[in-house]
Design a protein around this ligand. Sequence first.
Ligand SMILES: [Zn+2]
Ligand SMILES: [Zn+2]
Ligand SMILES: [Zn+2]
Length: 239
Amino acid sequence: MIACNCAVCLSDNSKDKRYRSSLLVQSDTTSLVVDTTPDFRSQMLQHQVKKLDAVLFTHPHKDHVAGLDDIKAYNYFHQQPMKVYANMLTQSALKREFSYIFDENKYPGVPDVELIEIPEASFLVGDIPVTPIWVWHLKMPVLGFRFGHFTYITDANRIEPEQQRKILGSKVLVLNALRKEKHLSHFTLDEAVELAKQCQVPDVYFTHISHQMGFHQAINRELPSSMQLAYDGLSISLD
Ligand SMILES: [Zn+2]
Ligand SMILES: [Zn+2]
Ligand SMILES: [Zn+2]
């Protein structure tokens, strides 16, 4: 955290340095990101992501949308609009907060975006199957996504039973866990561990971690063997 002098922020362990949370999903033919964080540009440069077919948004909070402007590099190299999947809540926030992108008379070189509403049912992005999972972030509906056997849920503090059932059978679950202390709109570590146990997923990673959580290594030692903290650059392969 900017200007913080706590032991985690001063740690030498790279796994204690946390960019804002997002996800890159790649198949043989298709690449998509979930959210464009304020760190999007650095993340794409660092991981040398040369091709991006789509962006899926979870919700309109700034730490998940602020990097949208930087998709213009992909417009330039791919010579096509970026497919941006979002619910109506997020779409109206994007139109307000990035009004120049959606102007009638656009300034040359601004991002070229094709907005697509996320349906209730499963859909395909290229050859990647996507199942939306609706979760609650205090009073805001947020989208989690299941891609085959991989489920990603960020910024939630409650999941209704019929949505939670969509997680069952996943091989990997990434779930938000902000810190140990109670929070209004995010799962705590204990709440996330409990939910992960209920879902019986064999491989669980926690993300959207605050510096208040503590050190990566110390927290991992406290967790059940099937669960661990995610970290920047973590890469997972699925068949
Ligand atoms: Zn700190
Ligand atoms: Zn949020
Ligand atoms: Zn967030």
